[in-house]
Design a binder for this molecule. Sequence first.
Ligand code: PLP
Length: 470
Amino acid sequence: MTTEEFRKHAHELVEWMAGYMENVEKYPVKSHVKPREIINRLPAGPPLMPEPFDDLMKDFEEIIMPGISHWQSPNFFAYFPANTSPPSILAEMIISTLSPQCMIWETSPAAAELEEKMMIWLRDLIGLPAYFEGVIQDTSSTSTLAAILTAREKLSGFVINEEGAGKAGTLRVYCSEQTHSSIEKAVKICGIGRKNLVKLPVKEDFSMDPSKLREAIEADKRKGYHPCCVIASLGTTGTTAIDPLRAIGEICAENDIWLHVDAAMAGTALILPEFQWMLDGREYIDSLVFNPHKWMFTGFDCSAYFVRNPEHLIKTFEILPEYLKTRTRGTVNDYRDWGIPLGRRFRALKLWSVIRMYGVEGLREKIRYHIKLAAELSELISHEPDFEMLAPLTINVVCFRFRPARLNDNEVNKINEELNHRLNDTGKIYLTHTVINGIYTLRMVTGQTNVTMEHVEKAWDLIKTTARAL
Ligand code: PLP
């Protein structure tokens, strides 16, 4: 492709992008395609000769687009959001044009130094103490794995990295039973072993019960185990429960246990002074992750991972083959040593673009608005006698169900599952569920970049009419 041709297609594509943004609500939010439908429409093998861009776009519209679920639709209320925004998309255009590989400072000093600065901005914005340093990872799952590996190495005197996982089978990791599955995955693959993950019962509000944590640690110590790491969640996936950091942190400090905080989605709320209470006990934290790619308008992927002491992190991950030795080593941040992959994208540019073009107050205003929408939705739900709220509303996730008096518990579960599928099949909204104490629970998350009260009200009307017709 010549530069002239590229220029032409890129302009066409910008038109397509703006049109998509304007029309995103016209697509079914959740894709309706059946398994294998897309793959069966793709040719058996690659073309031998070059094909024109127009042909590619035609197939993209006809074959690929029907298989896309529209996370950027304001009618997307499922999971946690993975939202983007025009400033993030514009920055991605630059990133994909430069396509730098930012493994070490020397392979693009600006990328390393912008990343360092963005992590300082974010750290200060979310209210972590100034001694924290940060690095951008791809996801929370990777950040949490890095945290548990670092905790494991610190506890073993950095011996497991050298000699293998012999001692790891006596290490224990603690979290609440509401914690995200990425913690279980990390414990499973890091050599500690899934059986050494202790999932603690939760309190009525679904947050971790520190007294149960203390009991578990004491019992484990008596049995000869080595408590290694506690994961506290700020905003669990099911109900956005907030674990009490101070009480958990005190127990960690008494027992010299690593405290990792998973604030994947809810961490963004920390930019609001009125949500700083979630971080009470911050002085006990060893590491914290939150994803600007969830609720801070920065397109996937961008996960902010903060550590109290980068030395432990670097000691866990550094490896120095001859070809990566540089004269600047030790005087700059070579982020390849701050996590698992060697190669790294230039994600800091997206954050820079988003934070500058929204401004801190712009970000706060949007986040506050989303939180207000959730409060208004829960108010609407509470006025309907055949619906009920199922968990306290903490931030932007509303947990509820349809509960007609004529049905027993089992039937109520079934009807809510049916309701969820029916709603998603309309293509008008997208909701997902969780199960809490055996109760099938609908979750509605008001965190999509462009969601408004009008979207929420329309969705709520659809939910009520669909439910009552079942
Ligand atoms: N932690 C929590 C609380 C989550 O809700 C999620 C995903 O939704 C994750 C971790 C994993 O996030 P990621 O996809 O960035 O690994």
